[in-house]
Structures are given as C-alpha cells and as structure tokens.
Write a protein that binds this ligand. Structure first.
Ligand SMILES: [Fe+2]
Length: 130
C-alpha cells in the first residue's frame, strides 16, 4: 500500500520516485522492492551534522511564500537536489530542482498559511521543514 506524496528510493540504482496516486502494490526497481524514505528534520540529526537540511519557510509582506536552505553544501558530491512544497490538504505541490553551486531558494503561490516543505539531499535523504 502506498500513499500520495510518499518518496521511494532504489537501493541499487538510486532511482527516486514519488507516489502521485495511492495503490495497493509496492514500487519495485532493479528487481527489488524500493525503500520508502522517511522524512527527518534537523532536530533529529543524531550523527551531529553541522549543515542544515530542513527548508525554511518565509512569508513576505505581499503574501508571497519563499522557501530556502541556507547552511548546506552545494558541491558536486553533496548537495540539495530538490525542494518541494505541498499544501496541507495535499491537493497542490510544487517542486524545484537544484544543482551544485546554486542557491537553494524558491517561491510558491500555494496558500501560504498551510504548506509544508521538504528537501532531498543526495547524501542524507529527505528532510521536512520544522
Ligand atoms: Fe546533506
């Protein structure tokens, strides 16, 4: 059984997929069941990471919603690959991809009072805003 917006990763090839519509089956890649990625937040860094992964949601006076990550490497070997905003009712989502040396910043027009944001680091996985 899958649920909308769950993320799964293939342990063999590294494919990452998102569930758009829930179903009874389990995603398979490279002949094996994919691993569901649990979202963490920066307060759960038991290994003492100094970089920050959880997206920060900021609201400006015009009602725009901006999402950013300020203290994370953006190097070839370690970087934030995407940030996604999702409305709390799970009826709207926006995703932006990032590449090494870029700033991790995006805006969204999803209703500002009711969004969550998550990031995906190529090394450390999925993080939710706090
Ligand atoms: Fe990281």
């Amino acid at each position: 059984m899958t649920n909308k917006f769950e993320l799964y990763k293939c342990k063999i090839c590294g494919n990452v997929i998102e569930i758009l519509v829930s179903g009874d089956g389990h995603p398979v890649c490279c002949g094996e069941e994919m691993e569901r990625m649990e979202a963490k937040n920066d307060n759960q860094n038991s290994v003492g990471l100094t970089e920050k992964h959880s997206p920060i949601i900021e609201y400006d006076s015009d009602g725009n919603v901006n999402v950013a990550i300020y203290n994370h490497p953006m190097e070839d070997a370690h970087y934030i690959m995407f940030v996604q905003t999702i409305s709390k009712d799970k009826n709207e989502a926006k995703i932006k991809y990032f590449y090494p040396n870029e700033k991790v910043q995006m805006s969204t027009d999803i209703n500002g009072d009711s969004i969550s944001a998550r990031s995906y680091c190529n090394i450390h996985g999925v993080y939710l805003n706090q």
